[in-house]
Structure formats: C-alpha cells, structure tokens
Design a protein. Structure first.
Length: 369
C-alpha cells in the first residue's frame, strides 16, 4: 500500500498558517509515512513559515480579490487565479495527492478548485464563525467542512459539517507552573489581580493607545498589567513611556516568549478576536475582553467575539470605543470575582481538545472512502 499523499493549501496570515501546520503535524503523528506538500501564495508569510516547520511548499502567483469586488484591478487578479489553477493541475499530476486540504486564504481557492476538477476529495477547515470568501465558494465542492463554531449550516452543506474546533497550541495548557510562580516570572506580587493585554506579534494600535491613554488610571490602581506591545510599535511606545514614566504595576514587552506563563498569571485577558486567540482562551478557560479588529474581511472578528459574548463567555468592546472604555472596564471586571468565574467557566465549556487529530483522522477517512 502506497504512503498517503496530502496537499495542504492556504495561508496569507498566521491565522491560516498555524492551523495548516498543526494539521500536517497531526497527520505525521498518526501516520509518520504520510507525504505532505503545501501550496501557498508567492511572497506571502507561508513561504517562510512552512519551510521553518519542516515542510516543502510551492508558491502560486495568486492574490486576494480587492474589495469592492467590481474593482477593475480584479480582472488581473482573476487572470492570475486561472494561471495558478493551471499550475496546480500540473502539481497534482506530479504529486498525485489522495486528498486536498484547504485552510482559507488566496492559494486554497485555486488549489481546491483544481483538485475538485481532477476528482481529488477535498476537505476545508474554517477557523472563524463567519466563513471567509474562499471557503464559502468551495463549500459545495468539499467532501467535508471542519468548523470551530455551531451554526455553520449558513455557509456549508449541513450533512458535510464536522465540528472539530480550531487547532491550537495544546502545550499552553500543560505548564507545570502554579499561578504564584507564573506571576513571579513577571516580577509581580502574587496576591494582586493580573490583566494580560496581547495584540499579536506585530501588535494592535488600538490596544496600545488604550493603555497609553490610561497610564494614570493604571498607576493608581491595585491591578498588575502585562502589556505585549508588538514589535511594530515598540520604539514609539518606549519613547512615550520615557516621557510619562512607566507605572511599577505595568510590565512592558514587545514579545512574550513564554505565553503559557503569561496566560497562567492572568486573571483577565484583553485580546483581538482572531480565531486562534479565541480558541486558546477557551481551551485555558480564561475570562476575556475582546476588541475585534475592524480591518479584517467580512468583519469576522466581531462574529467570532459575539459567539462567546452570546454565551456569556467573554465581554466585548468596540475598537472605536476602546481608548475611552477598555481599561476602566478591565479594572472593574478583574475585581469582580463572580463575573470572572462565570466568564471562565463558560469559555471552558466552549473549548475543543485535540482538534488537529480529529481533522487528520477525517482526512484519512476520505482516503478510505
């Protein structure tokens, strides 16, 4: 029997790349002899991240559609899409995959369309509660749609949906540190509340400006803050803090290497509402205030956040209102132990474990069928 061969396609952002690599790792864990080929978009993040994870990737000259969709520049983008589809058919003929997997992003549209045309079973993995344009267009061609939220029948055929959750860093939940030890890592006092504010590797401008506008409120509070600024904003924030002084109860860093420690230390987390972030918060049962980014397709972060808010598993603050409302609400929330417990328990109830393994098993099932 020949080794299973799987094509995994998608990328553009870390939110697409991380699940793709997690699925590949799970396939290898279940069947180490599995051969995997990634197909991504040239000049996008996946062309660096995937080889770093130990996998081969082929790049396509594909780009995302410009909104509004009737923009004349989309004519050139559609031509690139057709070129990419032709290129993928050539790749499929050479690689001979048993299944094609799409995780969203520019490249997966061309890859799964070509695979479907050539009779290759397709599986899509949708990270968000509001499906992206690529996955919505592929829905009827996919043999299986793995989703992270209930109610996805709006986008995908109900009889082909599998509720798996999103692959996340399972090791985050495996830290052996106690909360007191984790708090000590940030040079804080163990008996005072801790708020963790994270904006991703690059940072989030609104979250950062919310802190800067509330420095005196933070300074005069009895709350301890871990503030991850992101690399992009580091220099500007350093200058601002030199001018106004850094409160003793504010730990500032551009990047947190031990996220397991930061999560363990935190009583409350402030975050954007990307799919991976939300899945991690649920896995860890963390009370959170979500500030959806307004700069994403289909406003999907608001939909992600509301999936938790509607189950009393998180609070939400609009991006436009964050500078005024975010830090006062956070300080009020972190001192309300009853509310923290409710948010934490409800978030934990929404968690999925071993999502990557479940998706990998479904991929292998498509080969058998």
């Amino acid at each position: 029997m020949k080794n299973p061969r799987i094509i995994i396609s998608g990328g553009g952002t870390g939110g697409h790349i991380f699940p793709a690599v997690s699925i590949a790792n799970a396939l290898k864990k279940l069947q180490p002899e599995t051969e995997i080929l990634f197909v991504g978009a040239k000049d996008r993040m996946e062309m660096q991240r995937v080889p770093q994870a130990g996998y081969k990737i082929v790049g396509l000259p594909v780009k995302g559609l410009i909104r509004p969709l009737w923009n004349p520049k989309n004519i050139g983008i559609l031509i690139d899409f057709l070129k990419s589809k032709w290129q993928v058919k050539k790749i499929i003929k050479e690689f001979k995959p048993d299944v094609a997997v799409g995780v969203g992003g520019y490249a997966s549209a061309a890859t799964l369309n070509a695979a479907y045309d050539m009779g290759i079973p397709c599986l899509i993995q949708e990270q968000n509660s509001f499906a992206g344009l690529t996955n919505k267009t592929l829905a009827r061609k996919a043999s299986k749609s793995c989703v992270a939220y209930e109610g996805m029948e709006r986008f995908f055929p109900a009889d082909r949906i599998l509720l798996t959750g999103n692959p996340v860093r399972q090791n985050l939940a495996d830290t052996l540190l106690s909360k007191e030890e984790a708090v000590a890592e940030f040079r804080f006092t163990p008996n005072k509340p801790v708020i963790l504010l994270i904006g991703g590797s690059l940072g989030a401008r609104t979250l950062n400006s919310s802190i800067l506008k509330s420095l005196e409120l933070i300074r005069n509070s009895n709350i301890q803050f871990i503030w991850q600024t992101g690399s992009y904003y580091k220099e500007n924030i350093t200058q601002e803090l030199e001018r106004y002084g850094t409160p003793r109860n504010l730990y500032v860093t551009d990047f947190i290497r031990g996220m397991d420690k930061a999560y363990k230390a935190a009583d409350l987390v402030i975050s954007r509402a990307g799919a991976s972030s939300i899945s991690e918060l649920c896995l860890l049962g963390k009370a959170s205030i979500l500030v959806p980014s307004p700069n994403v397709a289909e406003d999907h972060q608001t939909h992600n956040a509301m999936a938790l808010v509607n189950k009393n598993a998180a609070l939400i603050v609009k991006d436009a209102e964050a500078e005024e409302k975010l830090i006062p609400l956070a300080i009020k929330t972190v001192t309300d132990t009853t509310l923290l417990h409710t948010l934490s328990e409800n978030a934990l109830a929404m968690a999925f474990r071993d999502s990557d393994i479940k998706i990998a098993e479904e991929i292998f099932n498509l080969i058998k069928n």
